[in-house]
Design a protein around this ligand. Sequence first.
Ligand SMILES: C[S@@+](CC[C@H](N)C(=O)[O-])C[C@H]1O[C@@H](n2cnc3c(N)ncnc32)[C@H](O)[C@@H]1O
Length: 226
Amino acid sequence: MFHVEQNGAASVDWDEQETARAVFGDRYEIAERYYQSLATDGVERGLIGPREVPRLWERHLLNCAVIGELIAEGESVVDVGSGAGLPGIPLAIARPDLKVTLVEPLLRRSVYLAEFIESNGLDVLVVRGRAEESGVVKEAGGADVVTSRAVAPLEKLARWSLPLIHEHGRMLALKGSSAAEEIERDRTALTKLGAGKLEILECGAKILRTPTVVVKAERLPKRRQR
Ligand SMILES: C[S@@+](CC[C@H](N)C(=O)[O-])C[C@H]1O[C@@H](n2cnc3c(N)ncnc32)[C@H](O)[C@@H]1O
């Protein structure tokens, strides 16, 4: 069992594998294969730094998968700037009900994504291109949710992300400790881009030692944009 301290955060005798089994459930074996793939192929192909290997589960797979808390059953999700598949692949493994599309411009990365998806029978689409390209918006757009991690500052991210979701869709940007500062800096620009209320949310607070910090913004309908 992982233990939960009074403030709600998971305690020091936290068990990584037990948490992974709880998060990925009967899809744990696929998550384990993704972990193995990142730790070997991902490092050899230069998609993930070797120093990340000891913290792949906690800082990458689990940190990403828990954002499923903010996504409803059956929703469509576009992950912008997936790189080696984060957060899109852990999300698709933990939540097979979601329709996940990964957008990634670099050939080496998109080939890795397509290979992993194919060899593990995941129902995930890879679109090679930059999020702001019209062809990408056409192919991946109209989604319920757009996710991203470590892709760009908030204003640029909103410029790329909001056109990929429908009105009332949500942008979920994994941001870490810079979240509040980025919101203060970019609030006016985001409002002009059509973002509604900006919120900072924590995911996995009861099961992770460090919860995942997410900036959430709804895309307002055109008539309500200021
Ligand atoms: C620092 S990596 C982060 C990768 C992954 N999201 C993660 O958290 O490990 C940033 C990724 O964003 C991609 N990227 C950069 N500009 C982009 C754009 N305009 N549209 C889509 N992806 C972009 C890069 O190719 C790269 O794979």
